[in-house]
Design a protein around this ligand. Structure first.
Ligand code: PEP
Ligand code: MN
Length: 338
């Protein structure tokens, strides 16, 4: 249920509505808008009778929310969410019109590797460095990441280049560590339905980049974001990274349809990862361009200085020169990179 207040509603009228909501044991979530304030009702177990609010002073409209997700939905929050990052006096907005580029290796492998790639992607136009310190690998015998050493390297990259950092938290313990260092906490496709971890990310004081489960429907994905938001963290980005289909010509299938769907259903910034969608380098640039054309806020792309020697996801990592080409082609499409 969404209660829309009159344009000139007073703070007292707003408080009266909040008090009535709380009297019934529900949670009131005021959503200030450009024109008027709305108040969402959360944690009701059964449908709410609009008659409880329609006659109250200052109330313009009472709208039932038809979706199972509320905080993530555009019904509840018509304006786009903009996420702001700050580091060493630099500010970066995600969701305010420019296409933000996050780039770097799949995994942090050494200080030299991370710094070399970071300088190259920064030079080309990236503003956020990606790189896993704790890697969720399909095989227990594959490289699992450098762990805490990897986080130290990421902190160094941040310090030396001024790039913001996004890195994955694979479980609770790792989230505690990652939260200290990173600017954005990444939750991976395999953890999209790890509800305890989602709740923990909801208590973090950092923005969360939530990757769509490779098997997940849009409802499941948006409900996963709702878990994070329901704990109080409203800085969430939705990342489409490819879903499993019957194809063999790519690792996954980039669900382009998801982009306009998420834009319509949610106010949260949309990120696309063409690297994991493709699984092969030759498809990454076309997918990045297709996603940008469909209307996204950010791209997260794997780049490696020596992809043939990469300890994870080498076949889908762009060479730095290809990354430069990708940015050029995006600019030629009229995209403003920022
Ligand atoms: C990654 O970003 O390196 C990663 C493991 O992503 P995903 O969770 O989408 O597979
Ligand atoms: Mn990867």
């Amino acid at each position: 249920m969404l209660i829309v207040m009159d344009k000139g509603a007073t703070p007292e009228e707003l408080n009266a509505v909040v008090e009535r909501i709380e009297k019934y044991g529900w949670e009131a979530k005021p959503i200030p808008g450009g024109e008027r304030t709305a108040i969402g009702i959360l944690r009701n177990k059964t449908p709410i009778d609009p008659a409880l609010f329609v006659d109250m002073s200052g109330v313009r409209d009472v709208i039932p929310v038809s979706k199972p997700y509320k905080l993530v939905s555009r019904e509840m929050h018509p304006e786009d969410t903009v996420i702001t990052l700050e580091n060493q006096g630099k500010r970066l907005e995600i969701g305010s019109g420019k296409l933000v580029i996050m780039a770097g290796p799949c995994a942090v492998e050494s200080e030299n590797q991370a710094l070399e790639i970071a300088h190259a992607v920064k030079e080309a136009g990236a503003t956020i460095f990606r790189g896993g310190a704790f890697k969720p690998r399909s095989s227990p015998y594959s490289f699992q990441g450098l762990g805490t050493k990897g986080l130290e390297i990421l902190a160094k990259v941040r310090e030396e280049t001024g790039l913001f950092i996004v890195t994955e938290a694979t479980d609770h313990e790792v989230l505690d560590l990652v939260e200290e260092v990173t600017d954005i906490i990444q939750l991976g496709t395999r953890n999209m339905q790890n509800y305890r971890l989602l709740r923990r990310a909801g208590q973090a004081k950092k923005p969360v980049l939530l990757k769509r489960g490779m098997w997940a429907t849009m409802d499941e994905f948006l409900m996963a974001a709702e878990y994070i938001m329901s704990e109080g963290n409203d800085q969430v980005m939705l990342c489409e990274r490819g879903i499993r289909t019957f194809t063999r010509h790519s690792r996954n299938t980039l669900d382009i349809n998801a982009i306009p769907y998420m834009r319509k259903e949610s106010h949260l910034p949309i990120v696309v990862d063409p690297s994991h969608a493709a699984g092969r380098r030759d498809q990454v640039i076309p997918l990045a361009k297709a996603a940008a054309a469909a209307g996204i806020d950010a791209l997260i792309v794997e780049v490696h200085n020596h992809p043939e020697k990469a300890l994870s996801d080498g076949p889908q990592s762009l060479y730095p020169e290809q990354f430069v080409k990708m940015i050029d082609e995006l600019k030629n499409m009229g995209m403003e990179i920022g």
